[in-house]
Design a protein around this ligand. Structure first.
Ligand code: TRP
Length: 343
């Protein structure tokens, strides 16, 4: 079952997270950070830095993951995630998640994990073949444990992640059924209102690996040229030709970031009629993005000068996450009847 953001009732528990493999970019903002800003107002939101999950395909490079934990939290705080409203925590520092994973792994067949379409695609992308790490094959179950531990009602995911949520419902329903309990909650997927932001080269997805991203912390001189070089509508070779707004990447970005809707509608009209150059549209985009990124980067500088505050935020959030996850784990063990040593 899917939920659109506009339909989210208040008071739901939301769990979301990111693998800390690099700093966050505009694609993250459009696809998830902006919806988290809304969600934190009326819901109980947990935001997890999924460092342990990142290690499932970066086992050789824990340094990279460690360095990016702080980067990602700095990005969260600088866009306006408010630690008094959202709980930010680090996955690897919540041991109950791994214990819970061990029990949930027994509730799913190897066959089902092998046929998870998301994982199958990632195995091809990463060129693992038969040599896929067992940790990678099982990461979806660890993800289910994350969701279960916080009793999340809602998990914001891209449409391609739907199989993950089906797996979560499957495992959680099975646990509740097998143990005649309702202590775990079956989650629902929350599809963000905004679709995905394409990369600067027009690729479907903005990503660090594809080298087509603007990072939230990128200074103007790094990204301005990239914007000006973005591909334009091929049918709009001459300024006077009628342009197709839907084929213009710059307009796609303006749709995501320009809050002056009237001016945007006017520009689109002008572009469609012909007479508006792509470089003018891109210049508008540069100005809009600068206006968007400037306050975020200002806040980031302040935070970088106050790393004690950032660390304290992580420590407090992780402490709270540990309390919640440990409590659920205890309920799970109780339902299974394996609390024998401590009854
Ligand atoms: N898979 C997410 C990512 O790739 C991170 C993640 C781990 C997560 N566990 C989760 C997201 C649980 C939502 C719920 O960034």
């Amino acid at each position: 079952m899917f939920f659109r953001e506009s339909q989210v009732p208040s008071g739901e528990v939301v769990l979301t997270g990111d693998r800390p493999t690099g700093p966050l970019h505009l694609g993250h903002y459009v696809g998830s950070l902006q919806s988290r800003l809304h969600l934190q107002e009326k819901n109980k939101q947990y935001i997890m830095v999924a460092d342990a999950q990142a290690l499932t395909d970066h086992a050789k490079n824990p340094d990279l993951i460690r360095e990016n934990v702080l980067e990602v939290v700095l990005d969260y705080l600088s866009v306006g995630i408010d630690p008094t409203k959202s709980t930010i925590f680090i996955q690897s520092q919540v041991p109950a998640l791994f214990e819970l994973s061990a029990y949930l792994l027994n509730l799913v067949t190897w066959n089902r994990l092998k046929h998870n379409p998301t994982v199958k695609e990632e195995i091809v992308q990463k060129g693992y073949g038969e040599n896929v790490p067992a940790g990678f094959m099982t990461y979806p179950v660890f993800q289910v444990a994350d969701i279960a531990a916080f009793k999340a009602h809602l998990v914001p995911v891209g449409a391609d992640q739907a199989p993950m949520l089906e797996l979560a419902s499957h495992i959680i329903a099975k646990f509740n059924r097998d143990h005649h309990t309702d202590c775990l909650i079956e989650p629902k997927a929350l599809i963000p209102a905004f679709g995905r932001l394409p990369g600067l080269n027009g690729n479907q997805k903005m990503s660090k690996t594809l080298g087509n991203a603007i990072f939230l912390k990128d200074p103007l001189h790094l990204w301005e040229k990239k914007v000006m070089r973005m591909p334009s509508d091929p049918a709009h070779a001459r300024i006077d030709d009628p342009g197709n707004v839907e084929n213009s990447l710059a307009f796609t970005y303006l749709d995501a970031f320009d809050s002056d809707l009237e001016e945007l509608a006017r520009l689109k009209e002008y572009y469609r009629e012909g007479g508006l150059s792509d470089s003018l549209v891109k210049k508008r985009l540069v100005a809009v993005l600068e206006g968007f990124l400037h306050p975020i980067q200002k806040r980031r500088k302040e935070l970088e000068n106050n790393l004690d505050y950032v660390r304290d935020t992580i420590v407090q959030g992780t402490k709270k996450a540990n309390e919640v996850a440990a409590c659920t784990l205890r309920e799970v063990k109780e339902a299974m009847g394996i609390l024998y040593l401590f009854q």
